[in-house]
Ligand binder design. Structure first.
Ligand SMILES: NC(=O)c1ccc[n+]([C@@H]2O[C@H](COP(=O)([O-])OP(=O)(O)OC[C@H]3O[C@@H](n4cnc5c(N)ncnc54)[C@H](OP(=O)(O)O)[C@@H]3O)[C@@H](O)[C@H]2O)c1
Length: 255
């Protein structure tokens, strides 16, 4: 029997490359995101590789849509062996003009979106006594980076949520995997400029799947960036502030 993978954020970037790689490995796929045309094109590509794909339009910030997407997947494929939760957005946080509404948007997609998936997936996989749920957090979860504080906060919360739940769910046969990439070249980072130690999305997807396959529970890459961020984490506040301090233009919202 072919294994079933459910993917959020399949229309672009890391999620897209993971979908193709999983198809090559023989998985059947439930592909989800908001952009229907991109999903349909990907589903055709997956089918041309020789496996099956269902494309489901779903906004992860809407719990009803997430519930329906997962129900549709199980109705069609009967089970879910692997869930890849890649849907996410990255937007700058201008501290001088902090907007709770902007932060809420980040939270709804990057954190609550994952939690809506978890509510459904955990029930299914605990019943199966088997399954892997892998969410894409970030090395940015390690410390609040100036200019991206809101994004970092959503990823820090996601990594903590997975860390605690991972231990609880192990005895039910369900493995939670936290994926914490450094810079990966995707549409999300297209406007970022200089990205030290950047990886390509297809290479990242292959690395992620190799490490999921080998049983890893936390996947951080690339190694030098991972070590650097770990060191940043233990830096005393004074030193951290000095290193990351930089002036950025104030961009005020029009009220
Ligand atoms: N690229 C990096 O350097 C990097 C580093 C660390 C972590 N990450 C994380 O990796 C994940 C994938 O990022 P990426 O670089 O591949 O970015 P990307 O190319 O922009 O892809 C983001 C994906 O998320 C989907 N998405 C966004 N909002 C959504 C919503 N409300 N509902 C459903 N789907 C939504 C998008 O699809 P639609 O627009 O079609 O909905 C798209 O498929 C994100 O969680 C990101 O935070 C990326």
């Amino acid at each position: 029997m072919r294994k079933v993978a459910f993917i959020t954020g399949a229309s672009s970037g890391i999620g897209y490359e993971l979908a193709l790689e999983l198809a090559r490995q023989g998985y059947v796929l439930a592909l989800t995101a908001r952009r229907e045309t991109l999903l349909d094109e990907l589903a055709e590509k997956v089918k041309s590789i020789g496996t099956d794909a269902l494309s489901i339009t779903c906004d992860v910030s809407d719990q009803q849509q997430v519930r329906k997407a997962i129900e549709e997947t199980v109705a069609h494929f009967k089970r879910i062996d692997l869930a890849i939760l890649s849907a996410g957005i990255s937007e700058p946080t201008v501290a001088e003009d902090f907007s709770a509404a902007d932060f809420e948007k980040l939270l709804r997609t990057n954190l609550l979106g994952v939690s809506y998936c978890l509510e459904e997936l955990v029930q299914i996989m605990v019943r199966q006594r088997d399954g892997v749920i892998a969410a894409i957090s970030s090395l940015a979860a390690d410390r609040g980076v100036p200019g991206s504080a809101g994004y970092c906060a959503t990823k820090a919360a996601l990594s903590s949520l997975f860390e605690g739940m991972r231990v609880d769910l192990k005895r039910f046969g369900v493995r939670l995997v936290t994926i914490e990439p450094g810079y990966v070249r995707t549409p999300m980072t297209a406007s970022f400029g200089n990205m030290p130690l950047v990886m390509e999305a297809d290479a990242s997807a292959r690395l992620i799947l190799r490490r999921i396959e080998s049983g890893d529970r936390v996947i951080r890459f690339p190694l030098p960036a991972s070590i650097l961020m770990k060191l940043m984490r233990v830096l005393p506040v004074t030193l951290f502030d000095l290193i990351v301090a930089r002036r950025r233009p104030v961009k005020l919202r029009s009220k």
